[in-house]
Write a protein that binds this ligand. Structure first.
Ligand SMILES: Nc1ncnc2c1ncn2[C@@H]1O[C@H](COP(=O)(O)OP(=O)(O)OP(=O)(O)O)[C@@H](O)[C@H]1O
Length: 228
């Protein structure tokens, strides 16, 4: 579980008159659940890229616990992200030709010379937890709902303190979207991870503790319970 504190953040891109993202002061309590909403182009993806360290911070600070991402190099941010963040993307980002189990293990296989011997069993347990009955099934033969559940298991494998999902239900039908939303909320609680979800899905958003609504890069929140 990690608390997030953003101070005086400003992200600008060449060719834009105004910052794509401008947040003066935002706190997210450890273990809480924050939804990010807002119209297209309002800065949601920029927010995710900044708080995960995918993008460099030039103005302001982004503190996860004691770690200020603005003080880390790109490789430092990559290492920090691998240890602390589990990511679930709209389009799954799974590798065809590999089984569900191997997809869950792949990021850890790539990150470490030698795979922690406990991880294959944890991967199998997580796949069972998200309802995947055939972990050896090739990923490209799975349904979209199953693929997203595999992606949720993969995000949690390394026990991240923070689980971040970018439009995790957007490409799923209603039933599968609801199942994935349930899993994200349940597993974040079970694993004691802070949960941050970018979503337009009203049923998912209303189940979070707080909502940060972005318009033209600015929070126009509803900051209910943000620091609860
Ligand atoms: N690398 C970049 N270079 C220049 N402009 C960018 C870059 N990345 C994002 N932008 C601009 O920053 C603004 C915010 O973009 P962002 O992708 O964060 O919005 P979003 O809310 O995620 O949109 P959507 O819901 O459509 O995905 C937009 O005006 C976008 O065009």
């Amino acid at each position: 579980m990690l608390p997030l504190a953003i101070k005086n953040l400003s992200v600008t891109y060449p060719g834009l008159d105004a910052p794509a993202l401008r947040i003066d002061d935002l706190s997210v309590a450890p273990g809480s659940r924050l939804a990010i909403t807002g119209p297209s182009g309002s800065g949601k993806t920029t927010f995710v890229n900044i708080i995960t360290g995918l993008e460099a911070i030039r103005i302001g600070s982004v503190l996860w616990g004691d770690t200020d991402l603005s003080g880390l190099s790109e490789s430092g941010r990559d290492r920090w992200r691998a240890r602390n963040i589990g990511l679930v993307m709209q389009d799954f980002h799974l590798f065809p030709g590999l089984s569900a189990l191997d997809n869950v293990l792949l990021p850890q296989r790539l990150a470490h010379f030698r795979l922690d011997p406990a991880l294959p069993q944890r991967a199998a347990d997580l796949l069972a937890r998200v309802g995947i009955e055939r972990p050896r099934q090739s990923i490209e033969t799975m349904s979209r709902g199953q693929m997203q559940r595999v992606a949720v298991a993969r995000a949690l494998l390394a026990r991240p303190g923070v689980l971040i999902a970018d439009e995790p239900t957007a490409s799923l039908d209603e039933d599968n979207g609801a199942a994935v939303a349930d899993l994200l909320l349940e597993l974040a609680r079970e694993e004691q991870a802070t949960l941050i979800v970018v979503s337009h899905d009203a049923r998912l958003v209303e189940r979070m503790d707080s909502v940060l609504r972005l318009v033209s890069g600015h929070p126009v929140t509803d900051r209910r319970e943000l620091a609860a």
